[in-house]
Design a protein around this ligand. Sequence first.
Ligand code: C5P
Length: 298
Amino acid sequence: MNEPRRIAASTFAKLNLGLEVLGRRSDGYHEIVTIMQTISLCDHVTWRAPNQPFSCIGPSHVPRNRDLFRNVLESAPDLARCCGTVELDKRIPISAGLGGGSADAALALRLAYPNASEAELEAMALRLGSDVPFLIRGGTALATGRGDRLQHLSTPKLWFVIVTPKIWIPGKTPRMYQGLEYKDFSDGASVRRVALQLDSGVDIDAALPNAFERQLKQFDEVRRALELMHDVSGFPVNISGAGPSLYIILTNESDALSLASRLSARGLEPFVAETVAANYGLIQIQRLAAAMRGYPEE
Ligand code: C5P
């Protein structure tokens, strides 16, 4: 039998190209307007040892009860018929505003429920977190509501130089939302304007709003990185999600690589990523889901 020995798939980080908070809702969440964009920075999943019983190896530093990837994967209704070892190799920085945990959860849903429709997957995803529904499909989307009402846009060809200041904010996302003051709220019009520009191929050259900027700038590391990135590049520096990741947008790869090396020379640890279109890499995920159920390769 021609069984595959090893299949690899990827799940992609996201950036928020602007994030406005309109106000607090009666369910405790906040109404937001943001553009979410998947980028080439990714976590890797490999499946191997097809003749072994099913097992899942998550990241070693994540406690078992908080390992969303493993918990979702093991919720597969047909887990008993699954085989082989699925291992998650984390590359996306954790609690960084890059949606790493949510991306892993979205991939796990695709693997656990391979026959579910996108709408069914998005409904399950929302129970796991506000940005998980977007990461089921990825690409580029204007997200409203909790971040779950998605209007998909065409994906621009952009590069990003990203720096994640090394700070640890316990319970970061709820804390950042709770720390919002009235002056941090806005009406969402700026981000909606950027969505229109992006969709019609216009370059983004102004700084993108982020409702958490005031709070994040209270951290020395964030302020220092922001200033250095701006001084070295001369470009606006943006914030992703509830931070602390910061990024600069560029329209070609060589400018991005050159900026990254100038930032490295100044002591930062930047990485370069490009935009990723919706459903990129989905075929590999489907192959992996089939293989772990013992289906031979076609
Ligand atoms: O949905 P998620 O698990 O990512 O949200 C974590 C926390 O962030 C929520 O419990 C809530 O306190 C806050 N949040 C919010 N409004 C949103 C998204 C998240 O208040 N739109």
